[in-house]
Structures are given as C-alpha cells and as structure tokens.
Write a protein that binds this ligand. Sequence first.
Ligand code: DGL
Length: 266
Amino acid sequence: MKIGIFDSGLGGLVITKAFISQMPEYDYVYYGDTHNLPYGDKTSGQILAYTLDAIKFLISQNCGIIIIACNTATSIALRYLQQRFIPSYAPDVKVLGVVIPTVEEASLFNAQKIGVVATSATVRSQIYTTELHKINPNLEVEEIATPELVPAIENNNLEKAERLAKEYAAKFSKINSLILGCTHYPLLKEAFRSVLPNSVRVISQDEFMGKKLQDYLNRHIEIDITLSRNAEYKFLVSELNEHYQKVAYSLFPDIPIKQGGANNAG
Ligand code: DGL
C-alpha cells in the first residue's frame, strides 16, 4: 500500500516535499484537483463532493493511508470521511488531515492569542478556533479569511500574493503566533514574517508535517507494516498546464507531473 496525498492544487506538494524529505523510502501518490481549484470559495457541498471523488481515486491507486494536505478539504470533509464514508467503503484505509497536527504544534508555545489565516471556507467552518479551544478554552483566536492569496499563487503572481500577505498580516494585533492555515501559504511565510514582530511565531505546515507523519506511523505499526517502500513517487493533477508543470518542477525536478485522476478535465 502507498501513501496518498490530496490537495485542491499544488500547495500540497510543499507538504509532500516535507514527507519525502523525512521518509524518502515510501511510495507516494499525489493528487491535486487543479481543475476545480480554488476550493476556498466553493460551497461545503461542492468541497465535500470533490474531496470524496479524490479519496475514492487515491483508494483505487492502492493508498492505505491518505493525508488530506488541504486545510479547506480537511475542515469541510474529514469528519464525514472518517465517521461515515471510510468505515463502509474502505475500512482498512486511514484518512488524516492537517488541522489537528497544526493545532498540536501551535499549542506547544503557550500563546495567549493566536491568529489564523486561511481560505473563506476554512474560516467559515471555524475549525481552528474549535480545535484550539479544545486544548485551551481561554485562548484568544482571531481567524482572517484571505481569499485572494490562492488565486494569486496559482496564477503565478507571487509578487501580488506577497503584497497581499503583508496586508493581511498587518491586520492582526497582539498575537503570539500566526497559523498559516492553508497549504499554499508556506510559499508566503517570509512575506507574513516580514511585517510581524520578531516575537510572533509563524506556524507553517511544511516545517512540521513530515515529522508528524513519521510519529504517526511509528505509533501505528499496524499501518506502517502495510506500506511499500520502493521510493516510487507518482504526481497527478486533474488539469495540467505549463505553469503547474513549472511549479512542480521547481519543487521536484526529477519527478514528472501528469494529468489524471478523479476530476480529470481532459
Ligand atoms: N490548499 C488549500 C488549503 O490548504 C486551499 C486552496 C484552495 O482554495 O483551493 O486550504
């Protein structure tokens, strides 16, 4: 069985890079639903339907553990997948998200106030506030939707994305930590950092998700022993263009990205 990774686009490749750096020996299948991107401004019903298609596709690719490396899809679909869909459709498959590991990481630093930047759908779900409050009910949490960032990144306008990231970051006051609650935002972490006081800790998922997955597999030997280790990596997107090819190449020059998968536009 392989490790499956799903994102609405290419942001999840940043997380995949963290997994592969930490554990290069495993086999990975990446699927980015670029055809339906951005998820952040879709309805919950649409996000759930796309995510369900993607998970079924990754299961058909022989993935025994699937990480939803998309905060938006995690916020809207993970609970349904774990509690309703997976137990009847593929009870041996494990589906995990990115929100809980991020909340665990953020909770290590005894913050009094935490800011969160995320897509509109993630902020609407209030998942970060809910999960952070489970750990510390007295924590102050401020979530700000940053809907213009993903389109700017995906359209290759990094300059605009950086300018916007700085404007969004400047809206927070008196935070101790800022969670980058979207897998595209590690690409902007320096822009966010540049306008925040040095004392503010920027929680960026690329920096800890590799370690988190490794810890998880160490604690779940029953899953780990089912995973194949041929260092084979397969990267698929539902719609491929030159820009996506360039982004993928900049992260993984040796691994070709191909069009395919559940929501194939071709
Ligand atoms: N990568 C997604 C996330 O982590 C957001 C991108 C989108 O809006 O599709 O939330």
